[in-house]
Design a protein around this ligand. Sequence first.
Ligand code: NAP
Length: 333
Amino acid sequence: MVKYAVIGTSWITQSFVDGAKISDRMKLEGVCSRDENRGRAFAEKNGAQRVFTSVEALAQSDIEAVYIASPNAFHTRQTKAMLEAGKNVICEKPVTVTPAELEYLQNIAEKNGLVYVEAIMYMFNPVRDVLRKALAKIGEISSANLDFSQLSSKYPAYKRGELPNIFNPQMATGCLEDLGIYCVYPALDLFGLPDDIKASASFMASGADGSGGALLKYDGLSVNLTYSKLGQSRSPSQIFGDEGTVLLDSVSKLTDMKTVFNDGSEEILCGDVPKEQLMGYEADGFADIIENREKNKEFYSLLRKTALDTSRVMEKIRSQAGIKFDYKPITEE
Ligand SMILES: NC(=O)c1ccc[n+]([C@@H]2O[C@H](COP(=O)([O-])OP(=O)(O)OC[C@H]3O[C@@H](n4cnc5c(N)ncnc54)[C@H](OP(=O)(O)O)[C@@H]3O)[C@@H](O)[C@H]2O)c1
């Protein structure tokens, strides 16, 4: 059983904690919140013993693993503090702001013999293999449309004049970082690194990208990524082969997924799966790598490589689309 703490107390942390309970491989020991009362309430609700009000105090504790779900701009600094204090880290996406930061942190983890992964449901989902096998059955694949467009629950507050973290470029956030990444991951995992990228974005008054797209070009294949926080998608993502099409209701969750063959016949690949279960796969995978490094060597190496490739592609997309953050990358100190 891996004893862990969380940094952050929002709904996504609750979702991970619920997932970890399902997985039964991790035990919540501590909660790190800037606010003691909020931290205590979260800890009491979830059976944790300890509350930390600073990352430094958490670093000094004997907690062995940490789940980080703070705004993006804090990921690198907090992860660095945890890795230097000997703690394994699973950090929410995007795991760092720049690929140089990710390489830097991966090296610290390696040097200290620690596990450091990005909390990305897609990579830990056992249905990922089902998808791969389904793609092998639809003939030659020439194109794919991967979309994650979800009207943000924070948009009404933004329209009222507030500035939620997610629309604040100072937090290194925006649509690409929040939702676009969910399209980049499967594209790279399924098709590898593209030969060329053409990307664009549209910007909100705050300076954050509210929506955007990227066309990934491969030899004989075009993969079109679209993402928006300002509108709701009503159609599935699709991967087109000359013998059939795979439809994905969610590129991040791989739920409600099926193949429609050219003769009209259908094969259901996955139904609905609760989010907590998907977070449970992450918790389970993270704990298993910590406890069985040798057995998970290949998978862990794939996680590290895909995270780095994703971060590099995201950096290219940002540069082409003109997405900028008021953020100073941390790669030494
Ligand atoms: N995997 C998923 O499905 C999923 C879904 C949503 C978000 N995420 C990721 O989770 C992370 C957090 O997103 P969120 O929407 O939950 O963010 P958020 O609500 O803005 O902040 C998350 C937590 O960070 C702490 N925090 C907030 N503002 C802070 C600040 N200025 N300085 C230091 N700490 C601060 C708060 O905890 P305290 O007040 O207790 O300190 C808060 O509960 C992001 O990286 C996001 O990409 C992932």
